[in-house]
Design a protein around this ligand. Structure first.
Ligand code: IVH
Length: 513
């Protein structure tokens, strides 16, 4: 797996280099068959490891170049990428290399998390945000200014009036990514594979109104054009003063030993951070040293990314259970023999739909490799068919809803199966009630997941309209309710009657509306 990831990255890098020389410089450096061979190798590896596919991969971009739907922006200074180190040896080797090159016995390093999103350059003139672009191929990116203007983290006006270019990462928090996917699932829209893809997909929308509805964040990690600063860490402090979010625990250390200790510490913290990081970025702090060290090709010598190993484990797929979603979607869930993966015990994994189960060739009872890629939702990477004993059984989507027994169906144009029971299905009613009372819908405080289930279970709510027939007496009969909490709930229900029609329509949760 680690090997595959390294090879994939090396191939992408090489292919991008060829693309750049072919399309931008118009000086092809390899013959077509040779290029095709590389491209096909990458495609085959990505097919075997779909979880490693990223939207930036040359295989995902027709023509392998800057896309034409947005206006191209030529970067004033190329947006470089980073060389990777995968272990302590890799970091030591880099340290030794730059010491030799710079004829120095030590460097000061600035250590930052490597946030998993997409790189963006923001240009400011006379203190105003004038243009923002994606990285593209490093030389030319895409103009996504109107979309970037919808991101609250990005200031529109700066106190500094000199021309500045702030660079950083647009990303999505894990919680926002999960909520977005939940909404998309409920609306029968395709799900994003991870926060990074969700961020990239949300930013590269032709309609900024769509981007505006997506919870994107920004983090600055570099700046061009600041005068009077001599260190990278100092530049970042200035950028923060200007009003940009900057990671507030950036550390400056004097040795690669300390760098390694921080890499290990980040690896430990990774699971508890609210956003995904896939490594740590180490930069030589002194800007003059940076200049002296320079770059090779499109990678600076003065920085390196330490990439975390993907956290994997082997376990058994005990069963595939079905959860019924709000609109009746049958969501398969893998039940696993509990196993520890990177400090967290995992006993469940998402399996998006029937097709994914088929694609991965999963049978109940299989030995499987699971992976926690920074985010909290573990995935099944693949099964190990060689470990089969003959007792494994094939999985079939149920013909009847496991919650209400209604017939299920899979519409021709859909990857999902549905329960046809509607609100007669208790599971759908609970989810529907939860949605109805949600913050962006009827906003009924105190009516959350637990209470929704209880109201349906006790039969107090058999239909969404029953919410408005609830009385203090009825509520007092429920567990955990006393005078005051019952009053609060009834008052919250009464207050929800004042919501506008648009909220009510949304709250009723019609599919496709
Ligand atoms: S510095 C020349 N700092 O990683 C230095 N990059 O693999 C260029 N990234 O394209 C980037 N966190 O999208 C830098 N703290 C950080 C970063 C970071 C994430 C991304 C960025 C870049 C990619 C390079």
């Amino acid at each position: 797996m680690q090997d595959a990831q390294q090879r994939i990255e090396a191939l992408r890098h090489e292919i991008e280099g060829h693309n750049y020389r072919y399309y931008v410089l118009a000086e092809p450096s390899v013959a077509d068959p040779e290029f095709d061979l590389l491209f096909r190798e990458l495609q085959a590896l990505e097919a075997a490891h779909p979880e490693l596919i990223t939207p930036e991969s040359p295989t995902q971009r027709p023509g392998g170049q800057v896309e034409t739907t947005f206006n191209p922006v030529k970067h004033t200074v190329p947006m470089l990428s980073l060389a990777n180190a995968f272990d302590r040896e890799g970091l030591d080797a880099w340290d030794a290399r730059i010491k030799k090159l710079g004829e120095r016995s030590a460097f000061r390093f600035c250590v930052e998390p490597k946030i998993d999103g997409l790189a963006i350059a923001l240009r400011f003139e006379q203190g105003r945000f004038v243009q923002g672009a994606t990285r593209g191929d490093g030389m030319t990116g895409e103009d996504v200014t109107p979309n970037l203007k919808t991101i609250r983290d990005i200031p529109h006006e700066l106190a500094a009036k000199t021309p500045l270019e702030v660079r950083g990462e647009v990303y999505m928090t894990i919680a926002d990514f999960q909520a977005l996917n939940e909404r998309r699932g409920a609306a029968d829209e395709s799900l994003f594979a991870n926060p990074r893809n969700a961020a990239a997909g949300s930013l590269r929308q032709l309609d900024p109104k769509i981007t505006k509805g997506r919870p994107l964040c920004f983090w600055a990690y570099g700046v061009l054009g600041l005068e009077g600063v001599t260190r990278h860490s100092e530049a970042l402090a200035k950028v923060r003063e200007l009003g940009f979010p900057v990671w507030d625990e950036i550390q400056v250390v004097d040795s690669i030993e300390e760098v390694w200790a921080l890499c290990e510490a980040y690896q430990q913290r990774r699971a508890s951070l609210p956003f995904e990081i896939d490594g740590v970025v180490i930069k030589v702090d002194d800007l003059r040293d940076q200049e002296e060290l320079g770059a090779v090709g499109r990678e600076p010598r003065w920085a390196i990314a330490y990439k975390f190993p993907a956290i994997q484990a082997t376990t058994k797929l005990l069963d595939i259970k079905i959860n019924v979603g709000r609109t009746g979607t049958l969501n398969p869930l893998a039940i696993l023999e509990p196993v520890e993966v990177g400090g967290v015990t995992v006993s469940r994994a998402t399996l998006h739909n029937e097709d994914e189960i088929a694609r991965k060739g999963l049978m109940i009872g299989d030995t499987v490799i699971i992976q926690r890629a920074g985010d909290v939702i573990p995935q099944i990477v693949k099964s190990i068919p060689e470990k089969r004993t003959g007792t494994e059984t094939e999985f079939k989507m149920p013909a009847h809803c496991p919650e209400c027994g209604s017939v299920t169906k899979r519409p021709d144009d859909n990857v999902a199966w549905f329960c046809t029971g509607g609100l007669a299905c208790k599971a759908q009613l609970v989810r529907g009630l939860e949605h109805f009372a949600g913050r962006r819908m009827m906003d009924i405080e105190h009516l959350g997941t637990k209470l929704a289930a209880e109201l349906v279970e006790t039969g107090l709510v058999q239909d969404l309209a029953d919410v408005y027939a609830l009385t203090k007496d009825k509520v007092l009969g429920l567990e955990r309710f006393a005078e005051k909490s019952a009053d609060n709930l009834i008052a919250a229900i009464a207050a929800s009657k004042a919501r506008p029609l648009s909220k009510l329509v949304f709250a009723l949760g019609f599919r496709d509306v």
